[in-house]
Design a binder for this molecule. Sequence first.
Ligand SMILES: NC(=O)c1ccc[n+]([C@@H]2O[C@H](COP(=O)([O-])OP(=O)(O)OC[C@H]3O[C@@H](n4cnc5c(N)ncnc54)[C@H](O)[C@@H]3O)[C@@H](O)[C@H]2O)c1
Ligand SMILES: [Zn+2]
Length: 400
Amino acid sequence: MESKVDRAAADDIVGDVAWQRFSVPYQYPVAFVRGLFDADNPLFARIVRGPETKKRHRCFFMIDEGLASAALTTRISSYFAAHAKHLELIAAPMVVPGGEIVKKDLAHVERMQDAIHTHAIDRHSYVIAIGGGAVLDAVGLAAATSHRGVRHIRIPTTVLSQNDSGVGVKNAVNFKGIKNYIGTFAPPWAVLNDFDFLQHLPDRERIAGISEAVKVALIRDRAFYLWLEENADALAVFEPAAEEYMVRRSAELHMRQIAHGGDPFEMGSARPLDFGHWSAHKLEAITNHHVRHGEAVAIGIALDARYSVLAGLLPEGEDERIVVLLESLGLRIWHPALESTDARGNLAILVGLQEFQEHLGGELTITLLRDLGTGVEVHEMDASLVQQALGWLKARARSE
Ligand SMILES: NC(=O)c1ccc[n+]([C@@H]2O[C@H](COP(=O)([O-])OP(=O)(O)OC[C@H]3O[C@@H](n4cnc5c(N)ncnc54)[C@H](O)[C@@H]3O)[C@@H](O)[C@H]2O)c1
Ligand SMILES: [Zn+2]
């Protein structure tokens, strides 16, 4: 599909202007497996080898400290020993800070670039990141900016990075407190989701990531939304088959949006996958990331669902139904920081709306709901309705 921002429409630019035009097809595999580094699992070696069967491929790992262990390092070394004909592990893995810390200071990205340089990773070698969304973002940026882009494989290890961020085409770190300010669009070489990594993930993180599945179901896939309702109890206790399906279906819907939504590199102002995110980004910032991204998204979904009802877009009662689903998954829909005000007495969340517009560039475009499974774009938000929606969430949380 053509990009929504097709500049050919600017053919009325006259004068001595030659239009440079080319397009580059992108493709990368997204796998869902268990036992990725079991010696007899050929997947990783096949993906690294690609069609280049003769040479040995140089690989360097960067691992999230939240899951780095001697056992994992040994498993990777044994895998490389078993596949030594084609794979070369050029150094011990570099352990990098996990979570938002790695995105808060550019020095971490610089250390990664330094390691890429020191180990002479060229544009045919691989930088492989194993970790949560934050680590994937930081390593992705280091890989994309070293030699103008070395091959980069993502191995996401949280629910959120497997069902959402890891399959996408962006990376970024924060700058001067602004989330995701320094980053690039850089499709990965491959994304390898290994469900086994989720076993060690703290329950809080494991639950938080489910909100991204609820998000994408609400805007794109009613059947998946109904499935989430039916399987909420199983998901809340991490029943493996339910968790796997939830991750996989959510990842597929994110992939479909990127490939077929018409704007993979976000040239326009619409960001359907950011449903529920305008307030979430702000809530994360106000609470200095004590509220996790997924937790903030759950609150943002509840807020925008109620707003959709108040704005006459979504039938009354569907907001309640969405909140019941979020709560039965173990997600909260209220946080006291939603009432924070800035130095001028403005509701901080509403300031976040302006910041979101800057982040989009151009026209404010917010995705709301018309139905369970159908998003709708609006270009203004009524501050008094936002406040009413907040009041509803607060009253509902208090009545429990
Ligand atoms: N690039 C994108 O398109 C995109 C999209 C959505 C979100 N994100 C970013 O992703 C980040 C959030 O990622 P996240 O929710 O995956 O969390 P995270 O990366 O912040 O990780 C959460 C915690 O879990 C630990 N951890 C990770 N995997 C583990 C495992 N298997 N076992 C035990 N501990 C583990 C980490 O060390 C960290 O302490 C945010 O910075 C957000 O901005 C990026
Ligand atoms: Zn998100």
